[in-house]
Ligand binder design. Sequence first.
Ligand SMILES: Nc1ncnc2c1ncn2[C@@H]1O[C@H](COP(=O)(O)OP(=O)(O)O)[C@@H](O)[C@H]1O
Ligand SMILES: [Mg+2]
Length: 318
Amino acid sequence: MIDGSDSAVAVPSERAVSVTAYLSAVESYLKGDGEPALERAYEIGRTALAQGVGLLGLARIHHTCLETLLSRANSTQGCATTLAGAADFFAECISPYEMTYRGFRDANIALRRFNSVLEREAKRIAHSLHDEAGQLLVAVYIATANLAQDLPQAAGHVANITELLDRIEAELRRLSHELSPAMLKDFGLVPALTYLAEGVSRRSGLRITIEGTPERRLPEPIEAALYRVAQESLTNAVRHARATKVTIRLRHEAAAISCHIRDDGVGFDVNLAETSTDERGFGLIGIRERAGSLGGSLEIKSAAGAGTELVVSIPLET
Ligand SMILES: Nc1ncnc2c1ncn2[C@@H]1O[C@H](COP(=O)(O)OP(=O)(O)O)[C@@H](O)[C@H]1O
Ligand SMILES: [Mg+2]
């Protein structure tokens, strides 16, 4: 534990990383304590990270100690030795930050891959729904037609079955188009969102309004990301929010496009959902990652009983 009552960096914990502890550890390294002193440096870094001290806070402590150490050095050579030793110590101290950063970077890469795997899977399922399930339905149509021929007295029932099959076929085609929307490529974001909203609305009873139209077609990755964002948000509104109404609002500004998706449902504790280790989905994480991979961001505004609003902003090249 690192503690002390001297100029400590304010951290959200009661414990703090102190200048005194840091200074005494660097001094022991400079005196030649070698490996054990470096282990202390690592421990200081690890504790600081765990306590929520930022890299800048740690650099500030290092700088304060360096001033003290350099004021004691009485030759240029002494200054140089102190500087070099303190630099080694600092490098060791921040190595836990470096490892964490690498961990985040790897996690981001994994998430990005995960999104593209999802995209491929969506295409595959859309294809199966459209083609394979479609072919099976054709076989059922033929079988029922044969049945009607062989059993003329069952013609009424067969007509009912055929009507139901028509509806299943239409629904499968619609789901397949929503999953992998060719319409997005051909007609753009608003027509694809309108089509998606019609389907979700019909299946769930949710009232969905789409407001705002981009002034021009947006780059394909941005349209695709915003479509997936809306799709996940609508799924969440149906699955979790118990909402009656959702508004999707697109705002095309000079340097960015933003998409605001607001529902009037039960809302949720965003901090809890983001930090919870319970089994939870990848929907919101996926949205954040998709926006992030395009240089954009996701903001979630929600509170119990007050509905939820997701704001995704993506910068546009001007
Ligand atoms: N619109 C919403 N209304 C209420 N709760 C929501 C909403 N969106 C998300 N949540 C909460 O956040 C959690 C995480 O959502 P998400 O990342 O999409 O995963 P999943 O939908 O698979 O659970 C949900 O389980 C739910 O508790
Ligand atoms: Mg979800």
